[in-house]
Design a protein around this ligand. Structure first.
Ligand code: PMP
Ligand code: GLN
Length: 384
């Protein structure tokens, strides 16, 4: 038997639920990926680079045209002028960006605060760095029924061992977003500390109801200590490409790159060249994304509104939480599996993202799907 470095780690819930969905031929609203393809123009650009010298190693930090396109976007959307050479790194999906940023900041014995429900790749990366993950639950309160940070609890949880906070808004799985005042509140809490921040902003372009995405790149004080991480997988309907990026001030980017180069050295080249061209030629794509997904959210919510599930429409991401407490008291992991087997609709239980099982009965459904899939799934959910 090997002496495991991650003895607590089983198979990620995304693989578990997608495999179960496949086994039972269920409609798979579990793992977050679109059922539709990227824009044909983007696919054509990739084909072009595959056929025209785009197939050798990219530079370790990412191809220059893509880093420039990212820097231009960050400047245009968030008003932060970043240097593509010293502050932008293309990485192997947001997952590698998160992993490398965590390895770059966390030393043995350091504490890292995450907010539950927290995306499942954070804690193993902290553990491998020798750090300790401290879980703070997001809360739902009478005056703010969406999942949000308990700022007082956060403030009281910081100590001299706290090295890093990892935040993720728009939030997977709840769809909660941040307001501008939240950034100020966070800045006040980390002021005069040595704490770094990772802002997992993979759903930066999927924010609804006219709200603005509160990137940490917008905020002067937060920016100085932040690794801002995003993923082209979500933005371009291409989760299988695993191309993302990390934007951070030069000193942080230096340390990030020291890790990144040993994790993967560089990222798939033809896709980088193609995304760069596409970002310049077609900025409408990400600008249209909120409306595109808002329509899907509204359709899905409308379709399940006649069911016994309760919900508040998601504020961002392509996930919708449904509360099943009026249907059964069963725990969410068992219920998600049973629904997959018995009615053929797969979802993700929330408790797997939490250190302490929360006292809620909620499942996460991905609505990045064609209308006929959403209609079929909702019809089955309405029968419960
Ligand atoms: N963070 C969050 C919150 C996510 O939902 C995902 C989903 N894929 C990732 C990171 C990882 O992104 P990527 O697929 O680009 O590695
Ligand atoms: N981010 C996706 C989700 O939340 C899945 C990512 C993965 O499979 N690792 O469903």
């Amino acid at each position: 038997m090997m002496n495991s470095k991650l003895p607590e780690t089983g198979t990620t819930i995304f693989a578990v639920m997608s495999n179960l969905a496949h086994e039972h031929n269920a409609i798979n609203l579990s793992q977050g990926f679109p059922s539709f393809n990227p824009d044909q123009a983007l696919l054509d650009l990739i084909t072009h680079y595959l056929n025209n010298d785009g197939n050798q190693y990219a530079p370790m930090v990412g191809v220059p045209s893509l880093r420039k396109a990212i820097a231009d976007k960050v400047s245009m959307l968030y008003g932060r002028s970043v240097d593509p050479d010293t502050e932008v790194t293309v990485c192997d999906g947001a997952t590698e960006g998160l992993f490398s940023a965590i390895q770059a900041t966390v030393h043995p014995g350091d504490e890292v605060i995450v907010f539950d429900p927290a995306f499942d790749s954070y804690e193993p990366a902290v553990t491998l760095a020798g750090g300790k993950t401290v879980h703070i639950p997001l809360i739902e309160t009478a005056d703010n029924p969406d999942y949000h940070i308990d700022w007082d609890r956060l403030e009281n949880s910081l100590n001299e061992r706290t090295r890093l906070l990892i935040l993720n808004f728009p939030h997977n799985p709840s769809g909660a977003i941040l307001e501008a005042e939240d950034l100020d509140r966070l800045a006040a809490i980390v002021r005069d500390t040595n704490v770094y921040l990772i802002s997992d902003e993979v759903y930066e372009h999927i924010v609804f109801d006219g709200a603005d995405h509160q990137s940490f790149a917008r905020h002067d004080e937060l920016w100085e200590r932040s690794f801002v991480i995003s993923s082209f997988g979500k933005t371009y309907h291409a989760t299988g490409w695993k191309v993302g990026y990390c934007v951070a001030p030069p000193a942080l980017t230096d340390e990030f790159r020291k890790i990144h180069q040993w994790v993967c050295y560089a990222v798939v080249s033809p896709i980088q060249y193609a995304i760069a061209d596409y970002m310049v030629k077609t900025p409408e794509h990400y600008k249209a994304l909120p409306a595109f997904y808002e329509e899907k959210r509204d359709r899905f919510c409308d379709l399940v509104s006649g069911s016994r599930f309760k919900f508040r429409p998601s504020k961002g991401t392509f996930f919708q939480i449904l509360d099943y407490s009026d249907i059964t008291d069963e725990d969410d992991a068992s219920y998600a599996k049973r629904l997959t087997r018995e009615i053929g609709v797969a979802s993700i239980p929330i408790s797997v993202f939490c250190e302490k099982i929360p006292n809620v009965r909620e499942l996460r459904f991905c609505f990045a799907k064609d209308d006929n899939m959403l209609e079929k799934a909702a019809e089955r959910l309405c029968r419960l």
